[in-house]
Design a protein around this ligand. Structure first.
Ligand code: SF4
Length: 214
C-alpha cells in the first residue's frame, strides 16, 4: 500500500519483550514512523521507554494510557518530542478533541493537503482488532474485513475514499476558522441536509476566538 506511517494501539497489556518483538517486525520495513499507544504495566517506566525509543528510532510518538499518574518526559531523540503517561483510557486518548493551538501542525505539506483533502482522514486506513477496515478508529462505518477481502481491494474503492475529499473548507463552522489549514481535528464529518457538519462542537469558538476548555 506504500504506507509510510503507522500507529499501533494495543488494548492488551504487553511485556517489554513482546513490544520489542513487534517492533522488530518493522526493522526492514518502509515505514518512516511508528506511533505506539500502550496499555500501562509496571515495566513501562521512564528508563525502559527511553531505552525503547532510543533503540527504535522510527518511534515518533509514545503514549502510555491507563497509567496511575499523568506525566511526560523529554524523549531521548529529536524526532519525538515527549513520552507521555496519561490516566486516560485508550478511547479518550485516541479520540480526544483539539484543545489548544499547541496541537496544530504548521507546515507547508499540511497546508497544501488541506486545500483539497480532509487532514485527519486523507489516506488513513484503520484495521481494527477484529480485522474490520475503517476510515478512522472512531468511524462507525466498516467497509469489509481484512482477513476475507484484503486491504487494497477495500481501500482503493470510491466509497472508502469519499471522506478523504471533505476538506475543512467544506464543513460548517470549520470553514470559518482561521486554523483550518493546520488543524488535525479527529471528528468525522457527516452530511445533513446537503451540508457537511460535525455532530459535536469543537472546543474552539471560531466566533469569539476563545477555547472552551474549562
Ligand atoms: S473549528 Fe474546526 S478548524 Fe477550527 S480548531 Fe475547531 S476543528 Fe479545527
Amino acid at each position: 500500500m506504500g504506507c509510510q506511517d503507522i500507529q499501533l494501539a494495543f488494548h492488551c497489556k504487553h511485556s517489554l519483550a513482546k513490544i520489542r518483538k513487534i517492533l522488530n517486525c518493522f526493522e526492514n520495513s518502509s515505514f518512516r514512523s511508528i506511533e505506539l499507544i500502550l496499555n500501562y504495566t509496571g515495566s513501562l517506566t521512564a528508563s525502559n521507554l527511553r531505552n525503547l525509543a532510543d533503540k527504535y528510532r522510527r518511534i515518533s510518538q509514545l503514549v502510555v494510557y491507563n497509567s496511575p499518574t499523568s506525566k511526560s518526559i523529554q524523549s531521548p531523540h529529536f524526532s519525538m518530542h515527549e513520552i507521555i503517561w496519561t490516566k486516560d483510557q485508550i478511547s479518550e486518548e485516541l479520540f480526544a478533541p483539539v484543545r489548544s493551538e499547541k496541537q496544530f501542525s504548521v507546515n507547508l505539506t499540511l497546508f497544501c493537503e488541506s486545500q483539497n483533502f480532509n487532514t485527519y482522514l486523507n489516506r488513513k486506513v484503520v484495521i481494527a482488532a477484529n480485522g474490520e477496515i475503517k476510515n478512522a478508529p472512531n468511524s462507525k462505518i466498516e467497509f469489509g474485513n481484512y482477513n476475507s477481502a484484503g486491504l487494497s481491494a477495500i481501500v482503493n474503492t470510491k466509497e472508502f475514499q469519499s471522506l478523504w475529499h471533505v476538506k475543512k473548507d467544506d464543513i460548517e463552522v470549520c470553514k470559518e476558522c482561521e486554523y483550518r489549514h493546520m488543524c488535525l481535528d479527529n471528528r468525522i464529518p457527516v452530511k445533513k441536509e446537503d451540508k457537511w457538519i460535525h455532530e459535536t462542537n469543537c472546543l474552539y469558538d471560531v466566533y469569539t476566538g476563545r477555547w472552551n476548555t474549562n
